[in-house]
Design a protein around this ligand. Structure first.
Ligand SMILES: [Zn+2]
Length: 211
């Protein structure tokens, strides 16, 4: 059906749509899209064939993140690619976006936390329901070993304050013994963080024992 609507759907877009369907939701049922930051691999699926992929959704995004990438001052700098990406995939949705900062309640049970650095307005989210909670750390860690064991190390795409934000987030997750989901963690990307030596250690929550 989706292929019929758009003849230029790329193979990865078809996979994304299949993925959403296998999660039990059709794209039209998505009512809120929460954006942790606006690197291309996080907003590239918002628009498909020039139209919103989730046509009934509103969007929640960090104000600092949107403002940085949208700014024309990025043209001619290493951030120009990111600027082009947001102009194509996020700016068309701007009038459906709610812009937030640190400590905003996205919906009941989901609270934003500023973790600027991986990108200028990178946000993580505390998610709670019925007395349980986890933290969506997004791209705070770029690698499940290096980023945790050496939180002072930053990768090329990290920007100012990335190490300080990483330590703040890892320390909260470790100290409060919270489960977390990180985008660059090994499948299924859920686990805990323990303090060790000068940094931290990823403790995966393996799924095999649950099935
Ligand atoms: Zn990123």
């Amino acid at each position: 059906m989706f292929i019929g609507e758009c003849s230029i759907l790329a193979a990865d877009q078809v996979r994304k749509i299949q993925c959403r369907r296998s999660a039990g939701y059709a794209p039209d049922q998505i009512s809120v899209v929460v954006i942790t930051h606006m690197h291309g691999d996080h907003i590239g699926g918002l628009m498909e064939c020039g139209a919103p992929a989730f046509k009934n959704a509103r969007y929640v995004a960090g104000q600092a993140e949107f403002d940085f990438w949208k700014d024309q001052a990025r043209v001619g700098t290493p951030a120009e690619g990111g600027h082009k990406g947001i102009m194509k995939n996020a700016v068309p949705l701007a009038d459906k976006m709610i812009f937030i900062g640190d400590g905003a309640e996205v919906v009941p049970g989901i609270i934003s936390m500023a973790a600027f650095g991986h990108s200028p307005g990178h946000m993580v989210f505390k998610i709670g329901s019925e007395g349980k909670g986890l933290v969506l750390t997004a791209d705070t860690a770029n690698h499940f070993v290096l980023s945790l064991q050496r939180p002072d190390w930053e990768v090329r795409s990290d920007m100012a304050k990335a190490a300080a934000s990483a330590k703040k987030v890892f320390d909260m997750v470790a100290t409060d013994r919270l489960p977390f989901v990180g985008y660059h963690m090994p499948f299924p990307a859920v686990g805990f963080i323990e303090k060790q030596d000068q940094g931290y250690r990823f403790v995966p929550e393996t799924y095999q024992f649950e099935i």
